[in-house]
Design a protein around this ligand. Structure first.
Ligand code: HH2
Length: 294
């Protein structure tokens, strides 16, 4: 297998540079997501939110139609399609950034790519639907290969590790092998440790602390999704919408440790935080208006 570059991500034949950190804005069109469920009740509202996120500094928009919070019950494919496809269609016609579909189901990924999505974000790491790898390889979509165990309904019963960093790296390696066997080009694959998925708060914190180890071990660009998650609730004792500052700090630490993409609900504060990190890293005001520029 040819080694993937960690400086770029090949998405439907085009390379997205990852030399500077990228922000993936979350657009959940679900009634029950853990922090923003029920907020976007029409296609128009979702497109408006997407455009606002791009104006605030999002480089990718991730559309999800099924909550994967711990204990969530699955929705039917028909329901998931009805939620996401009109939004993907309208969004890809309205924003200049790649649109990603957050789904575990090959049928939803296939329809979403046909509707204009160019990235498949599979929280099961190609383990849930045996057809998913072939959809990704045939379409040339970018893939986010995330680590989890089991399904959202039972994953927290599987949050047992002797060494969370080593085991997550090893299990992501199995996902990379599924991608290889499915014919997915290595340059199309970004990996994600799956903060909060089959992880206790301590596991998530350990993964963030030792993220450099994962970055070194996996040889693919790393995406991290700490946004408003329960490890922040455990630290701060506040509800999800009040975890914005905590999210921004976690994103800065993740990017400092080598993550190339962060997946967040609150684009502007995170864009500003990453802009400050970039300025301090350079020892100068960054010139190009890539991350959080005023
Ligand atoms: N987290 C969630 C959903 N999808 N995808 C990736 N790659 N990484 C993540 O950490 C990740 C993800 C959960 O967050 P959210 O979408 O806000 O909640 P819900 O699943 O309840 O819709």
């Amino acid at each position: 297998m040819t080694q993937a570059s960690t400086d770029s991500w090949v998405i439907r034949g085009r390379a997205l540079s990852l030399e500077r950190p990228r922000i993936m804005g979350i657009l959940n069109v679900t009634p029950d997501s853990f922090s923003d469920g029920g907020e976007l009740t029409s296609v128009r509202a979702a497109v408006e939110r997407g455009r606002q996120m791009v104006a605030q500094g999002a480089h990718i928009l991730d559309v999800g139609g099924e909550s994967t919070r711990p204990g969530a019950e699955p929705v039917s494919v028909e329901e998931e399609l009805a939620r996401v496809i009109p939004v993907v269609e309208a969004l890809t016609a309205s924003v200049p950034v790649p649109v990603s579909i957050d789904t575990r189901r090959a049928g939803v990924a296939r329809e979403a790519v046909a509707a204009g999505a160019s990235i498949v974000n599979d929280v099961s790491g190609l383990a849930f639907d045996p057809e998913m790898a072939s959809v990704v390889s045939r379409t040339g979509a970018g893939l986010v290969l995330m680590h989890m165990r089991g399904t959202p309904a039972d994953m927290q019963d599987r949050a047992y590790y002797d060494d969370v960093v080593t085991e997550v790296a090893m299990e992501l390696g199995h996902g990379l092998e599924r991608a290889r066997q499915g014919g997915i080009s290595p340059g199309c694959v970004v990996v994600d440790p799956g903060i909060g998925f089959a992880k206790s708060a301590d596991h998530s914190l350990t993964l963030l602390r030792d993220l450099e180890v994962l970055v070194e071990a996996l040889g693919h660009p790393v995406l991290v999704g700490p946004s408003r998650k329960s490890f922040l609730g455990a630290l701060l004792g506040v509800p999800p919408v009040e975890r914005v500052m905590g999210t921004a700090v976690a994103c800065v630490l993740a990017v400092r440790a080598g993550a190339r993409i962060v997946r967040v609900h609150d684009v502007q504060p995170v864009a500003h935080a990453l802009r400050v990190l970039e300025g301090v890293t350079l020892g100068a005001v960054p010139t190009a208006a890539t991350v959080g520029a005023p």
